[in-house]
Design a protein around this ligand. Structure first.
Ligand SMILES: [Zn+2]
Length: 170
């Protein structure tokens, strides 16, 4: 599919529009922010080069943006990458697993739809009912900023996910 700035802007989770715009403008380089530490629960992922559209391994890196994780492409090489932040490292393990697969969905399907990305992740991960209840509770109680592309709140995000893929989310 044609990749546009509009789709790029949708690839953070969760994040303010302003911060994401800065990240996109800067074209964060995996060469300068490549992971120096192990990323917990990270899922290796195959995405596509932005320019050649050839399938390739997604670079899994760390960074400091105010989001759980951000997926984008290197502006020069076109290499797909997902950047994990301090917020990601602070998430419960179940939420880390969901987030890393959610980011993979952005690159692998690919899609800019935040609800679809989480539904794809849930379908891959096949959490137990107990785990899904914990994930639902985390979303519903989340008090951090949640952008409009996620429904504007953790509760709205989860409600939208359940509406899109009830078999995988409940
Ligand atoms: Zn996302």
């Amino acid at each position: 599919m044609p990749l546009t700035v509009a789709t790029l802007r949708n690839r953070a989770h969760p994040l303010s529009i302003a911060a994401l715009s800065i990240a996109v403008i800067l074209g964060l380089s995996p060469c300068t922010v490549k992971a120096q530490v192990p990323i917990p629960n990270v899922h290796q992922c195959v995405g596509f080069n932005y320019f050649t559209h050839q399938p390739m391994q997604v670079w899994q890196i760390t960074g400091n943006d105010p989001a759980w994780a951000i997926s984008n492409w290197n502006r020069v090489s076109g290499i797909p990458y997902t950047e994990y932040t301090q917020m990601y490292f602070a998430l419960p393990p179940l939420m880390q697993k969901l987030t890393t697969y959610h980011e993979c969905a952005h690159h692998s399907i690919p899609t800019g739809d935040e609800f679809l990305a989480t539904c794809w992740a849930l379908h891959q991960l096949r959490f137990s009912k107990s785990e899904l209840a914990q994930i639902a509770s985390f979303h519903q109680n989340y008090q951090g900023p949640v952008g409009p592309q996620y429904g504007g709140s953790g509760a709205a995000l989860w409600a939208g996910v359940v509406a899109m893929c009830p078999a995988d989310a409940t």
